[in-house]
Ligand binder design. Sequence first.
Ligand code: AMP
Length: 280
Amino acid sequence: MELLRTIAELQQRVRQQQARGLSIGLVPTMGALHAGHASLIRAAAKDCEYVVVSLFVNPTQFGPNEDFAKYPRSFAADCELAAKEGADALFTPAVEEMYPEGAATFVEVEGLSNRLDGASRPGHFRGVTTVVTKLLAAAQPDRAYFGQKDAAQVAVLRRMTRDLCFGTELVVCPIVRDVDGLALSSRNVYLTADERKQALALSRAVRRVEALVAHGERKAEVLLATARASLAAEPNLKIDYVELVNWATLEPVKVAEAGTLFAVAAWVGETRLIDNAVVG
Ligand code: AMP
């Protein structure tokens, strides 16, 4: 696996591979890689002949009071995991490489960017869509891999790639969970042992809603009330949002149907966690 640090290096390597007729896969990450990221890299390695994993803690998607400075960083372990899962290149640019002096162009998906996580993290999706645009423009991959774990992000990026005519196919991979059900996240390392147990309330709420839908309950009112009650059983958890939405528009729905997304975000101590399931 080769290390690429500049956009010029990335472009040159990818163009060489494309000239040889190889298909290109891109897996954007912020590092602190875990089995969720590994599943994306594996999927890319299965589908594509040259796989680039990007590792960039993107400052523009963090709010001023968020955890950019303390976001977990584990470069050596990330290199090992990416190589083991089949990455051909690891793109690890410096902040100044991605945002050189005078960078003034941002990409924003209007409307969608203010829903779910975008409502509680103003500017977050603008940062995501800007950095993903830069990565797609530089690497021009055939396919780019994202996790359903960040379901609102998937909706925003699907709309963006359609609106901006990117030829890249977005591949969405299922949520990878710990044995106890907690969705894997780089931020789970922030949790104390007690918080780790409290955090299970999110996946429990997701499972309850899935079970209700499986038994024929479709009314948002009932599904959301059940989810809220389930989360309220854990007093140390603070709900950010509990929503039933159309996954494409992120608009609330009254009745769960095909393509409906149940999504939850909550604070456990200082850590904000998310979880979701496609129901209906
Ligand atoms: P991040 O490094 O947190 O920005 O995540 C990079 C990519 O990995 C995103 O597309 C995430 O949705 C995906 N991802 C993170 N956690 C998981 C997980 N538990 N299961 C599947 N994909 C994940």
